[in-house]
Write a protein that binds this ligand. Structure first.
Ligand code: FAS
Ligand code: PHB
Length: 402
């Protein structure tokens, strides 16, 4: 089909999730032009409930980028988390163990709203509801993106492509399979997640290892509870009416001193499968993958969104360096630098998942081993510090600093 509209930008970004939006804004702040192509509608992105916990580094990045004002106002800063097992609760004091670092509970869809608003206010272009998105000529100096938008076939010429289109996007599959190595681990369970109009029954997050299965009590605001139950990976959500969900959450979060879960109308419920995934390298010619397009972690460690932010922090620095200093050293090392953090975070997310979930294959030995490891974590300052350092976020790799 003949191209009706030719566009030109310095960086074409595929995907308007956290990775694409943060990348576009960081480039804008450095005077570099980008255009985001997104398949979904704006309201879909702004209502899609996903991650909830931000590492200190992500909070700092958003504040430095000038998009953290509402997060500072509405975000809930948490200095600790609770591990619950054998009917007892144990607080992990994140601040004390890390010398002052905390996490911020601020929903991903709110970040997306803030970033879209900031991009559009700054004159940024986000082409929502694009279809038939394809990327071309990745190993040349003139890569292209073609797509349908407003019933017209477009071609966007650019210098670089930010592949920020998530796990099911088209960017990673556009790399010849012979150029990529992929690493994957599927888990024998998923999470049934709810969003409910109920005052969170705890000030801080509670991660529970229970013989019936994992449970997590989180929140979105002082009046909205976010909670998860370990379930089968192909769990039929229709088999979980509200009262059954509340009963099972209460059962798994209960303590010997009597923990009461506040209940209320469930606004959203859904099942998320669990996987660990990494593709190496995270770049091919002028295409750079970032966020879920390159890696997936089980949400137990609350890392998916934070890892996306860490990737685009490096990618933005590399692209800025290329334009400012005509230097490609950082862009050539993009994958190497990102993958160091990706694999550390993969390990932590796998460890948290393995520590807290019931593995059906596990006979009594594995569950008792998990409980012994949990006892070690809550009684050893060294073990608790390792958890706290990873949970609040490893320091950024500054080898890519401008
Ligand atoms: P995203 O998937 O957020 O964004 C990719 C964007 O690209 C999307 O807007 C998509 O519409 C668009 N796109 C896809 N194909 C395209 C194409 N061909 N052309 C143009 N655009 C295209 N992480 C946590 O830390 N905690 C959680 O509790 C948590 N829960 C999650 C629940 C679910 C159901 C899912 C799927 C993920 C969850 N995550 C969680 C992980 C999640 O937060 C991701 O890590 C985060 O969204 C990563 O951001 P991006 O890399 O921008 O990818
Ligand atoms: C959430 O609030 O959605 C959340 C919090 C912590 C996690 C995963 C999800 O580990």
């Amino acid at each position: 089909m003949a191209v009706h509209k030719h566009l030109r930008t310095q960086v074409a970004i595929v995907g308007a999730g956290p990775a694409g939006l943060i990348l576009s804004h960081l480039l804008h702040l450095a005077g570099i032009d980008s255009i985001i192509i997104e398949t979904k509608a704006r309201n879909h992105l702004e209502e899609r409930i996903r991650a909830g916990v931000l590492e200190q580094g992500t909070v700092d990045l958003l504040n430095q980028a000038g998009v953290g004002e509402r997060m500072q106002r509405e975000g809930l800063v948490h200095g600790g988390i609770e591990l619950r097992f054998n009917g007892r609760s144990h607080r992990i004091d994140l601040r004390e163990l890390t010398g002052g670092r905390s996490v911020c509970v601020y929903p991903q869809h709110e970040i997306v709203k803030d970033l879209i608003s900031a991009r559009l206010q700054a004159g940024g272009q986000i082409l929502f509801e694009a279809t038939q998105v394809q990327i071309h000529d990745l190993t040349t100096n003139s890569p292209r993106v073609t797509f349908q938008h407003a019933d017209e076939l477009h071609q966007m010429d650019c210098d670089f492509i930010g592949g920020c289109d998530g796990f099911h996007g088209i960017c990673r599959p556009s790399i010849p399979s012979a150029e990529l190595s992929t690493f994957e681990k599927l888990y024998p369970f998923g999470w049934l997640g709810i969003l409910a109009e109920a005052v969170p029954a705890s000030q801080e997050l509670i991660y529970a290892n229970h013989h019936s299965g994992f449970a997590l009590l989180s929140m979105r605001s002082p009046s909205i509870t976010r909670a998860y139950l370990q379930c089968k990976p192909d769990e039929d959500i229709a088999a979980w009416p509200d009262n059954r969900i509340w009963e099972e959450l209460q059962h798994r979060l209960n303590t010997s001193t009597g923990f009461h879960l506040n209940q209320g109308p469930i606004l959203q419920k859904g099942v998320t499968a669990m996987r660990s995934f990494v593709c190496e390298p995270m770049q091919y010619g002028r295409l750079f993958l970032a966020g879920d397009a390159a890696h997936i972690v089980p949400p137990t460690g609350a890392k998916g969104l934070n890892l996306a932010a860490a990737d685009v922090r490096i990618l933005a620095s590399a692209i800025i360096r290329w334009y400012r200093n005509n230097a490609s050293d950082l862009s050539e090392r993009y994958s190497e630098i990102c993958l160091r953090r990706v694999w550390r975070v993969q390990h932590f997310s796998w460890w948290m998942t393995s520590l807290l979930h019931r593995f059906d294959s596990a006979d009594g030995f594995d569950h008792r081993r998990q409980l012994a490891e949990l006892e070690q974590v809550v009684n050893s300052k060294a073990a608790a510090t390792t958890l706290a350092e990873n949970y609040t976020g490893l320091p950024f790799d500054t080898s890519g600093e401008l």
